[in-house]
Ligand binder design. Structure first.
Ligand code: ADP
Ligand code: MG
Length: 350
């Protein structure tokens, strides 16, 4: 054996454990916004207002009108692996965005987190800074929950150094909110930038009404613009328990980068390689290699046919039968394109 000091095995304390977990869950301000907005959606909110400052580095505030958290539950909501969304018996039957009970403790470990919430009679507030929780005290709030996350990563300076410019981080936040807005058409989303004290709106989408189909159409038009709407083909295809809806743009309406490809699995925005590959394959014969299709796809299936518990950020999924999903996307889009007159050699036979 080399001459090394005898190692000492220590049990890490909760704050250290949370900081380590935060590395996976919270990569940048946009991931914190994603976790907080998903919590608001899970709480049944109809209106979610997000305010950021300095790219989200100094402030992220999320205010919702959801069900709130009872004062007695606040400490629990902030502890690791505590969740109201699953009971742990069936990890293959998940209907909420959250279920790991990791976001709030992680955010509290790497920033200054204040949660104020009202559930039933009274409102209460609690602060966590660098993993240390203060007392729960009464507060004034008429409904829902307000989460303030200040100085993200102040407790992990190495991570802070990896952040990009305020502009780039702001753009990533806008992208996250847009993606969630497309997945939740009935909810009103407002995103503001309050850098330097004055507030300007970065994104806004008012809650759609009507049935889900109309609401989704309205929301896509709102978020992706009229141009997309005028160039998009509605999708509706089914294969072996998987359902594909959404809209895919004509090959003539493409982009120079893969920036407008929105994928959702059971209502959850994802960035899944297999799905992105399928989207690309669908356009292979009708688009040059340096162009990228524009599409918003919704793949829905029984929750037991897909595992969303692949990565802490839940941006990847594993389908039980990926080949079926790939085939559904490729043929569903090609069929829509063929109907619009963009027939390619390989369309025949699908
Ligand atoms: P998860 O979302 O995986 O359950 P979180 O750490 O994100 O874990 O949240 C912990 C718990 O706190 C949630 O299960 C929920 O009960 C509660 N919670 C968090 N945010 C909100 C909110 N905006 N409104 C109501 N309850 C919330
Ligand atoms: Mg959550």
């Amino acid at each position: 054996m080399r001459d090394v000091q005898r190692p000492v095995i220590r049990q890490l304390d909760e704050a250290a454990i949370n900081r380590i977990a935060a590395g996976e869950v919270v990569e940048r301000p946009a991931s914190a916004v994603k976790e907080l907005v998903e919590n608001s959606i899970d709480a049944g909110a109809t209106r979610i207002e997000v305010t950021i400052a300095d790219g989200g580095k100094t402030l992220i505030r999320v205010v919702d009108d959801g069900c709130g958290i009872a004062a007695d539950d606040l400490p629990l909501a902030l502890s690791r692996h505590a969740t109201s969304k699953i009971d742990g018996t069936d990890l293959l039957n998940i209907h909420s965005f959250g279920f790991r009970g990791e976001a709030l403790p992680s955010l509290g470990a790497v920033g200054r987190l204040t949660i104020t919430s009202r559930s039933g009679a009274g409102a209460a507030t609690v602060q966590v800074t660098g993993g240390r929780m203060g007392p729960v005290t009464p507060a004034a709030l008429t409904k829902g929950t307000q989460v303030d996350l200040a100085d993200l990563f102040f407790a992990t300076p190495a991570r802070l150094k990896f952040l990009r410019t305020d502009r780039a981080e702001t753009q990533a936040v806008v992208d996250v909110v847009r993606r969630l807005a497309m997945a939740e058409p009935f909810v009103t989303f407002v995103l503001r930038d309050a850098t330097g004290g004055d507030s300007r709106t970065l994104f806004r989408a008012d809650g759609e009404t009507g049935d889900l189909f109309d609401a989704l159409r309205g929301r896509l038009r709102m978020v992706l613009g009229r141009d997309f709407n005028d160039n998009a083909l509605p999708l509706d295809a089914e294969r072996e328990g998987f359902h594909l809806t959404g809209a895919a743009a004509l090959p003539t309406y493409s982009k120079g980068a893969a920036v407008a490809q929105y994928l959702n699995v059971n209502g959850r925005p994802v960035r899944d390689r297999m799905l992105l590959g399928a989207l690309r394959a669908a356009y292979m014969d009708v688009m040059s290699r340096d162009r990228h299709p524009v599409a918003c796809l919704f793949v829905d299936c029984d929750p037991t046919l897909v595992d969303v518990n692949v990565h802490p950020a839940k941006s990847e999924v594993r389908f039980r039968d990926p080949a079926v999903v790939r085939g559904l996307i490729v043929s569903g889009i090609r069929h829509a394109l063929a109907g619009a007159g963009h027939r390619s050699a390989t369309t025949v036979g699908h």
